[in-house]
Design a protein. Sequence first.
Length: 133
Amino acid sequence: MVRLATAADRLSVMRIVNGAMLEVDAEEVERGIDSGDVLVAVEEDRVLGAAVLEPGADGTYIDAIAVRRARRGQGIGGELVAFAAERCGTLTADCDPNVRPFYESLGFDIEEQMTDGEGSGEERLRGTLESED
């Protein structure tokens, strides 16, 4: 089941996001929880995955999406994205090429970006999932 994160979920969200080696700070997660922009996938009151969202004028940006390592590949990330799309409409996400299949499998249109923006020359991708409204 996917729901909005609560303050009680903060530590679990941070552990999952950190475990996926994503760069999201605790203050951002806390602000997102307070504003209803962090989603969690739960089973028997255990947080299995999380999505940190940033609403914007042109839709909602997925700042981070992560699932516990032992539960990856079971559709949990897809459930988080589906809930976010239903709730927020158009979604965008930046990702590395190795995550491209995940986003494509969910219907995102992927465009190549020149670099990661920090001058390292690493390829970055931007995916967009248009709202069905």
